[in-house]
Design a protein around this ligand. Structure first.
Ligand SMILES: Nc1ncnc2c1ncn2[C@@H]1O[C@H](COP(=O)(O)OP(=O)(O)O)[C@@H](O)[C@H]1O
Ligand SMILES: [Mg+2]
Length: 281
């Protein structure tokens, strides 16, 4: 709705389409020139809708199906980070069959998360001396595979990518144990610092690393790269979001505002990127 209102205000002939209600027949009946995807999670960020729009030959903002599905799969993305020398926390993949054997060799603290999710859903920490058995078994009832990751104990940052540019770094300071669902979506639960109060050298290296991750995954137009730094200020890429949050107070719009690009300017810029680059997908 934020995008829709901004585009309307800017004079764009915009409509909203809900993917839940037979949108294929709606698109056939009333074709559109361009789509601004504002979807999160499975079906929206994983390449599904992108594949459908390719079939309809309708250009859209953001990445194509292949890059979207790579970015959405945290294991595939980490393999690509490795191949490209992009630091990411050490990890293993566990299933019902192998979790006991694998976790025996992992020292606490570590993090367990779904391979394909978002909004911090399904993420939990296993702290010193904690026995993870019950939580792991419950999680493996919901997800076939889980990612075990080394806990990076330090600060948290995110870097938006717009076109071929890295935006100012944002530091996130959640008032909760970590940047969980409540911290993400409840007003006042997280403090956001733009630009992040860090040395210029760290800012540059986060921006360079973010662009490298975006490119390595083959993403386009926009993305948002999530980082944690350890006690020695070494950054690690947690993941790349191919469709970052897009309300006026979301992180990428916040970073764009910092370089003087307001919300409707940002939406228009993305529309024109989609228009100009649609043939490459
Ligand atoms: N390895 C880790 N070490 C410390 N905190 C982590 C780690 N992985 C995730 N987190 C915390 O969980 C949040 C969500 O993790 P992330 O991998 O970005 O998944 P999501 O797709 O749900 O956003 C992060 O923003 C961070 O606060
Ligand atoms: Mg994240």
């Amino acid at each position: 709705m934020a995008v829709y209102q901004a585009l309307k205000t800017a004079g764009v002939d915009a409509v909203t389409i809900d993917t839940a209600n037979g949108f294929r027949s709606k698109l056939k009946r009333d074709p559109v020139d361009l789509v601004f995807l504002a979807l999160h999670g499975i079906g929206g960020e994983d390449g599904t809708i992108q594949k459908i729009l390719n079939r309809f030959k309708i250009p859209y903002v953001g990445s194509g199906p292949q890059a979207s599905s790579l970015a959405f799969d945290k294991v595939k993305a980490k393999q690509i980070f490795h191949r490209n020398g992009i630091p990411t926390p050490r990890y293993a993949v566990i299933t019902t069959k192998n979790w006991k054997r694998i976790l025996k060799n992992w020292q606490t603290p570590y993090v367990i998360k779904p391979v394909q999710e978002g909004s911090s859903i399904g993420i939990f920490f296993v702290e010193k001396k904690q026995n993870p058995a019950k939580k792991v078994e419950a999680a493996l009832k919901k997800y076939d595979r889980l990612l075990v990751e080394e806990k990076i104990d330090g600060r948290e940052f995110t870097v938006g990518i717009l076109g071929s540019e890295a935006l100012p770094v944002i530091e996130l300071r959640p008032k909760r144990k970590f940047y969980d669902y409540q911290a993400k979506y409840t007003k006042g639960m997280t403090e956001y610092l733009v630009p992040a109060p860090i040395p210029e050298k760290l800012t540059k290296s986060l921006q360079i690393m973010a662009l490298k991750a975006h490119r390595a995954l083959g993403l386009r137009d926009l993305s948002r790269v999530d980082f944690r730094t350890d006690a020695r200020n070494h950054p690690f890429v947690l993941e790349v979001n191919s469709i970052p949050g897009f309300t006026e107070t979301s992180l990428l719009p916040k970073a764009a505002a910092e370089i003087g690009l307001d919300f409707s300017g940002l939406c228009l810029k993305l529309l024109s990127m989609a228009q100009n680059g649609s043939k490459e997908k």
